[in-house]
Design a protein around this ligand. Sequence first.
Ligand SMILES: C[S@@+](CC[C@H](N)C(=O)[O-])C[C@H]1O[C@@H](n2cnc3c(N)ncnc32)[C@H](O)[C@@H]1O
Length: 241
Amino acid sequence: MAELSWRDGATPVSAAFGEGYFGASDSLGEARHVFLGGNDLPARFRDGFHIAELGFGTGLNAVAAAHAWRESGTAGTLRITSFEAWPMAAEDMARALAPWPDLEPHARALVAAWAAGARRCELPGADAGGAVVIEVIEGDARLTLPRWPGRADAWFLDGFSPARNPELWEPGLIAEVAARSAPGATFATYSAAGAVRSALTAAGFTVERVRGFANKKHMTRGRLIPGSGVTGEPGVEGASP
Ligand SMILES: C[S@@+](CC[C@H](N)C(=O)[O-])C[C@H]1O[C@@H](n2cnc3c(N)ncnc32)[C@H](O)[C@@H]1O
């Protein structure tokens, strides 16, 4: 379980990494700008769209994506798969997600499932029908991602800073991200660190440095270059949605 303290009563700070889970005081605005906007979402949403994330943390990015999906009115299923080594206690997650009334129905459903021990839950989809299926795969992503049989259309790369959490930005792990990407897949991250951009370039992504959120000058986004990244059928169990 993640051990936390709280900054300003609202932002969880990891004891192990000595860093806050969010980079800006408007963390929902940051999630929308960096991870949704950086992946051209909600514009790219379609039935069966699959988001994958390194670092589930509070679930804020996932809940923000679920909310955007519902607001977009897209019928069908959005899948979100997130990799997390130190899951948060349900009461901490509830506290971290409490400030946003807009997100409340999705956050409540996620926290209820999480408190019951579920790591897979279904949140309401659009009024037109469907659902958002969130699955969290526990364990060190360096071990769990290579065994994941999925293919993502969009990646949220959201480890702690590369200086404090280099494991989640290792070139080998970024190559696994590329190998588990569907054709045309995109990524977005708040980080603009040179080593991160180099790892993404080496893995076969275009890498674009764009305006960051609030007082952060830059973030990074990009797209899988056709013919890159795919190393054959991923995972040990064959293809999955
Ligand atoms: C910045 S936080 C993620 C914030 C999150 N996306 C949110 O919406 O709240 C980084 C997360 O990466 C997780 N993490 C760090 N190293 C990891 C690893 N090797 N494997 C899996 N998760 C890891 C941490 O436990 C933490 O939850």
